[in-house]
Design a protein around this ligand. Sequence first.
Ligand code: 4AZ
Length: 308
Amino acid sequence: MSAPSRLLVLLSAALSILAILPSPVQGVDPRLRMRGACDSVCRGFRQLKTVFFATECGEPNREPRVVGGQPTRQWEYPWLASLHYRGKLYCGASLVNEYYLITAAHCIKRVTMSRVEIVLGSYNKSDTSEESRAVRKVGSWWAHKSFSRRSYNNDIGVIKMDRPVIFSRNIRPVCLPSEDDYVGANGTVAGWGRQSEDGQASQVLRQVNVPIISNAECKTKNYKPDEITENMMCAGYDQGKIDACQGDSGGPLLYRNPKKGKIEIIGIVSWGQGCARAGYPGVYTRLSKYWNFINSHIYKEGCFCPAE
Ligand code: 4AZ
């Protein structure tokens, strides 16, 4: 066989292997149990990684900006998805592999699943002609069983799309957390939510940077101490001014891990007293508390391969 045709045979063999394997997500914490079936997927994936680009998690399309309250670069965070009910954007979500998204339980609970559309690869929510867009319906979803509508404790849910997405420049997964505590670090929240407490929702994806504070400190703010549970995490400035707001719920609190050079989802926009008020930081679901939940729901399909 000539060298070029041998190459062709090799390439088509590689493609057919890829077609039958679920595509894995790289770079997540090894605490995520690896099922037997995923061993071979991850091995195959490592071999094929040189051929196919952009399947690693947490790679932005551009370094985040440092100042708060700005539109993101277009498609800067390719894992950002939005949930639409009867055509209206009502929550955010984050892509973690080709089938699954993480969002807030309160974005799922008491919502009619069949009426929801998931939009991926979008920047301007009104521009339905965006070429990078992919729209999916919900295949199934699960809100955390212990989610409390009263306290917003355990405000996490996962969504399985009706069909997987194909990763591309503008649609790629985020990494899961690699640490338990991020106190003192800066997080980034991104969403299409309101630009002030009584203001208008944004047309384009926006982001703000907020400092992550300890739960002990958060309990000294204007919240009642027992309102802030260990499953929550607070972020914001003393003077307020910069925060997530209505419509950002379900979207991610992101952290750029300098050791890995990858972006992780460490929180989910959950609640707060108003938006950007002094003494009322934004409250996020603490993702590192939910390894079991993520394992039991997301691990059924798709693989999380450990970083090399
Ligand atoms: C909301 O209603 C909401 N300031 C989300 C986040 C915050 C407040 C409200 C945090 O979806």
